[in-house]
Design a protein around this ligand. Structure first.
Ligand SMILES: Cc1cc2nc3c(=O)[nH]c(=O)nc-3n(C[C@H](O)[C@H](O)[C@H](O)COP(=O)(O)O)c2cc1C
Length: 195
């Protein structure tokens, strides 16, 4: 039997929880994917600090929700087929733990599975400024096959609001994952607004 197209979305405790929410909303609008969501306890804290979106509403955007500590979840196994994982936003803590191949929570385990199964893993790392440890961990995960994509907005798209800027960055991340959503503005688009 053919597996459905599945994508894992993880939200960690870096500022920018809205990036994860935007990724989930775009995937829902796009359709065609079974989304699997994991939210770290620190992300629940940042959500409360910086967003008006209730946790239940974020969770309802996903098809399947996994407890952070459930290292026995489906997505903890390489035999469970997925098309990869986006960590949006990705904290420096989670980056460092992925670089060390740790797996003591489901976000880390699922990310490690993506790397070992040679599936796409995109980390929207949000930390600034960076010390050499962060940079070395970025280099390490890149060598292991991950894509580090800090959520840096493209201002030449002339976003009219923060929400638009966040959505455009989320659409670009999905594009890097091979998922083309209608929200993405490409350079040379007829709209004249590039991405
Ligand atoms: C409001 C708030 C904002 C934070 N912003 C960041 C950030 O931008 N980048 C980062 O690496 N950590 C940030 N942190 C710290 C992380 O939440 C912390 O290191 C945590 O252990 C990360 O755990 P996790 O990777 O399991 O989510 C922030 C914490 C809070 C409370």
């Amino acid at each position: 039997m053919q597996s459905p197209r599945r994508l894992i979305v993880a939200i960690t405790g870096a500022t920018g929880v809205d990036y994860g929410i935007a990724v989930l909303r775009l995937l829902r609008r796009h359709g065609g994917f079974e989304t699997h969501l994991i939210i770290s306890p620190s992300a629940i804290r940042t959500l409360a600090e910086e967003s008006d979106v209730p946790l239940a509403e974020v969770q309802a955007l996903a098809d399947v929700r996994h407890p952070f500590k459930d290292i026995g979840a489906t997505i903890a196994s390489g035999s469970f087929r997925t098309e990869g994982m986006i960590v949006a936003p990705c904290s420096s803590h989670t980056l460092s733990a992925i670089a060390a191949s740790l797996g003591d929570n489901l976000i880390l385990r699922a990310a490690d599975v993506c790397l070992k199964e040679r599936r796409r893993l995109l980390l929207m790392l949000r930390e600034t400024p960076l010390h050499l440890g962060h940079i070395e961990h970025m280099a390490a995960v890149t060598r292991y096959g991950a894509i580090v994509m800090p959520p840096v907005p493209s201002l030449y798209t002339r976003p009219q609001s923060i929400a638009e800027m966040v959505e455009q960055t989320a659409a670009r991340a999905l594009d890097v994952m091979g998922i083309e959503t209608e929200a993405l503005h490409r350079w040379g688009d007829a709209s004249g607004r590039e991405g």
